[in-house]
Design a protein around this ligand. Structure first.
Ligand SMILES: Nc1ncnc2c1ncn2[C@@H]1O[C@H](COP(=O)(O)OP(=O)(O)OP(=O)(O)O)[C@@H](O)[C@H]1O
Ligand SMILES: [Mg+2]
Length: 437
């Protein structure tokens, strides 16, 4: 039995207002509502209470989840909807649409035998409701998240949401959190006209709608915390998988998976499977191909697509081509390694872009902080501060304190970008000769 079962909306509001030691005027002010609205609601004089009014009152009265659910039920009852005694969380809407269980997951394209341990980590049962998957462009974050979500789906009978936040989408800005919430609320049955205007109210309604439901939510390609915070549910019945190229500040109870490049055997398996190449292809050539792809799933997939698109090529011919100009080769249709890295680069602030381009002029992808400072023509302290956002964006790795490494393809990409404006060749030549080990 939920709190206040059997009481009308007005009775509930009156009881909880008195408990909070508020007058009707004070409650109205705290909720940002007209006092006449509060009076009419308490007198059960509004037959179709507005979603936002009820929501604002619940917040102003500081109701807990169970009380909000009770208020929700009473409001639906006032609106004429049938009331189920055990209903703990339908949307507070005057004219609710029938609940359609969302099944939004894209197809599962994960290759068998690839990223099995990582999938086990993401799907592990436990009390932590949020998993963050981070890693550089093309490491397979989305494929993994979708694969894990398909495995978990049977545990979430109220549906699966897939929200592409466009953190690094081609030609599209990151999705505004308010827009993402509005779309999700509509998916969850809230009519467009009942989606509140303010971001906080949308987020509060979202949490109310999720209360008591078991939903799996994939938040793909997040640009930053500002997108995620309003979309993280507050109730334990939901589970969330977040992917991002950025290291994000996660809620304390989140688990984090930093997705690296593939082990050699998995990389070869992925290539052979997707290229459908000759089983008699020389193993050394296959191993070298995936190494030339930096063991990066996106690059391996693109190399495989090149081979597939040219039936007259064999693995050795592809290897030759990858040895000449990798980045030019790793293109298929609208996808390319260069394009994927460009989208990380373009999201950087100007100082970090400049630093990235200068690091590309290093003759070796591994270097010390001192070398980085020389390349960037600055102090060690400032170099360290400039490198931090590149680490956060997974454009740079730090295998041990004070040592840095650019992934091979990132190094190749950075070196193709123009030298920063105003850097004199003499500075660049001097940097090139600095100790790099
Ligand atoms: N486990 C896998 N099995 C099969 N193919 C994979 C796997 N992981 C990645 N790939 C291939 O690599 C490509 C890139 O993967 P994905 O889009 O998941 O990378 P991402 O890390 O999400 O990249 P981005 O940072 O751009 O969002 C996929 O289109 C797919 O072809
Ligand atoms: Mg992705």
């Amino acid at each position: 039995m939920y709190p206040g079962a059997g009481m009308s909306l007005g009775e509930l509001l009156r009881t909880w207002r008195r408990r909070a030691l508020l007058t009707q005027e004070q409650l109205a002010e705290r909720a940002g509502l007209n006092v006449r609205t509060v009076r009419r609601l308490e007198n059960d004089g509004l037959l179709r209470p507005r979603t936002t009014s009820v929501l604002l009152l619940a917040r102003a009265l500081d109701l807990d989840e169970a009380e909000r659910a009770a208020l929700n039920t009473a409001a639906r009852s006032a609106a004429g909807a049938p009331v189920a005694g055990t209903d703990t969380g339908g949307p507070v809407v005057a004219d609710p649409r029938p609940w359609t269980v969302p099944r939004q997951l894209p197809a599962d394209v994960a290759a068998p035998g690839v990223r099995e341990r990582e999938a086990a980590f993401v799907t592990a049962r436990g009390t932590q409701p949020v998993v963050f998957v981070t890693g550089m462009a093309g490491t397979g974050k989305t494929v993994l998240a979708v694969h894990a979500a398909h495995r978990l789906a049977p545990l979430f009978p109220d549906g699966q949401l897939f929200v592409d936040l466009h953190g690094h989408a081609q030609g599209a800005a990151p999705v505004e959190p308010g827009d993402a919430l509005a779309r999700v609320l509509r998916t969850l049955g809230v009519p467009a006209e009942h989606v509140p205007w303010h971001l906080d109210d949308r987020a509060a309604l979202y949490r109310s709608v999720l209360a008591g439901r078991r939903l799996l939510i994939v938040l793909d390609d997040a640009a930053g915390e500002h997108q995620l915070d309003p979309l993280l549910p507050a109730t334990p019945g939901c589970r969330v998988i977040v992917t991002s190229r950025h290291r994000l500040t996660c809620p304390g109870d989140a688990r984090i998976l930093s997705l690296d490049t593939l082990p050699l055997t998995e990389a070869v398996a992925l290539f052979v499977r997707t290229a459908g190449c000759d089983p008699d292809a020389p193993p050394d050539a296959l191993a070298e191909i995936v190494r030339r792809c930096g063991l990066l799933p996106l690059a391996i997939r693109l190399a495989a697509a090149r081979l597939q698109a040219h039936p007259s090529w064999n693995a050795c011919h592809l290897l030759d081509r990858l040895t000449t100009d990798r980045l030019a080769e790793l293109v298929a249709g609208h996808q390319s390694v260069t394009g994927a890295l460009n989208r990380s680069y373009e999201r950087l602030p100007p100082d970090q872009r400049r630093a990235y381009r200068l690091l590309g002029s290093a003759p070796h992808p591994s270097f010390t902080l001192g070398t980085a400072a020389a390349l960037l023509n600055t102090t060690v302290d400032r170099a360290s501060r400039l490198l931090d956002p590149l680490l956060d964006a997974h454009l740079l790795q730090e295998p041990s304190p004070g040592r840095y490494r650019l992934h091979d393809l990132v190094h190749a990409h950075a070196s193709t970008l123009r030298p920063p404006h105003g850097v004199r060749p003499s500075v660049r030549v001097r940097c090139r000769t600095a100790s790099l080990t």
